[in-house]
Design a protein around this ligand. Structure first.
Ligand code: NCD
Ligand code: ZN
Length: 346
């Protein structure tokens, strides 16, 4: 016997597509299930200007699989030299949907990020004026702060002061990993949303470290204690409009993951929808899956919901999915949820 559910076609509100051979290899994994994605700008060099975003969008469109209908929603990488007028022009023409703020040094390719928040104030004020969302990588980089505390400290030291100093700024706390993040979002009714990844609903920090180090579970922000994973699951499956899916699917080759200094990032594009269906079913919340993957994101971004659908089917037997994606740069391991998957997007 099989069960089916049909939902509005999902969008991914935080995705790394990379460039060149890697882009070509990973793009079909997303376009198979998702209609749109907020595309992260942390290329080398980063996507900083409207012109950079135009060129990157053209490369993504050129790499689309035949017949795919997919809209890349572009972002700009905020630097201390970003020009507010260029940001406003990129937004006004519909090309760029958000600006991404990486604290300098917080994660992969974030060296050009922000050190002095006062320097980006004019850009943030312009964004508040035009209603353009700011996507935040919410971790401090202070070496004195323990890596497992960096999100909680960021909320107090950076997020809350920036929001108070810039009334009306619309903020997405990206890939939240803590109960602190969930609580901060829930305490605010206006101009604040959060994305949650698939993998942070499944793994806690034990998965990375117990029984041998598991580089494919290492990502940033790093997975936290079990109590935090449970808070994320409760938030994601609650139907609360402030929480929506951003997979943060971030491909790195096996060579770079299985390394003495392994890269951060979990590659989940391939099986994200199957895992989510299972997680929501485990939480007895399948009725809220559509809100999380397909309604809350476009509503926050003030974009129309998709008019097409995606059907997910549950089988009696575990369903197979590719364990690796082959790219011209080398194999990329697909996230292993650690349990068999019975759902499948069809
Ligand atoms: C991302 C990447 O590889 O670009 N890595 C990750 O662990 N999530 C960067 C990011 O979003 O932090
Ligand atoms: Zn990311």
């Amino acid at each position: 016997m099989s069960t089916e559910i049909t939902i509005t076609r999902p969008d991914d509100w935080h995705l790394h597509l990379r460039d060149r051979a890697m882009l070509k290899a990973v793009l079909p994994e997303t376009t198979r299930h998702f209609a749109r994605a907020i595309v992260m700008p942390n290329l080398v060099p980063p996507v900083v200007t409207k012109a950079d975003a135009e060129a990157y969008q053209a490369r993504i469109l050129a790499a689309l699989p035949d017949g795919a209908s997919f809209e890349p929603l572009m972002t700009l990488y905020l630097t201390e030299d970003t020009d507010p007028a260029d940001v406003a022009a990129a937004h006004a023409c519909g090309l760029v949907k958000a600006v991404k703020l990486y604290p300098a040094g917080a994660t992969t390719n974030s060296h050009s990020g922000v050190r002095d928040f006062d320097k980006v104030r004019p850009v943030l004020e312009k964004m508040a004026e035009i209603g353009m969302p700011l996507c935040l990588h919410g971790e401090v980089t202070d070496p004195a702060v323990d890596i497992f505390d960096r999100e909680a400290v960021f909320i107090d030291r950076v997020l809350d002061p920036v929001r108070r100093a810039t009334p009306g700024l619309r903020v997405v706390m990206e890939h939240i990993t803590t109960a602190n993040g969930v609580d901060y979002v829930k305490a605010h009714d206006k101009d604040l949303g959060a994305t949650i990844t698939t993998h942070h609903l499944v793994i806690n920090r034990n998965h990375i470290l117990v029984g041998g180090i598991k580089p494919h579970y290492y990502c940033l922000p790093v997975a936290k204690r079990e109590e935090h994973r449970l808070a994320l699951r409760a938030a994601a499956t609650s139907g609360d409009a402030r929480f929506f899916l951003g997979t943060d699917s971030a491909p790195h080759t096996d060579e770079l993951k299985e390394h003495a200094c392994g890269c951060a990032g979990c590659f989940t594009a391939t099986n994200t929808m199957a895992i989510l269906a299972q997680v929501f079913e485990q939480e007895d919340a399948l009725a809220h899956l559509e809100a999380f993957t397909s309604h809350n994101g476009p509503d926050f971004y003030r974009l129309p919901r998709n008019s097409t659908t995606l059907t997910l089917r549950k089988s009696d037997k575990a369903v197979d999915y590719p364990k690796k994606i082959l790219s011209g740069e080398g194999p990329v391991t697909v996230f292993d949820p650690g349990f068999p998957l019975f759902w499948q997007a069809i």
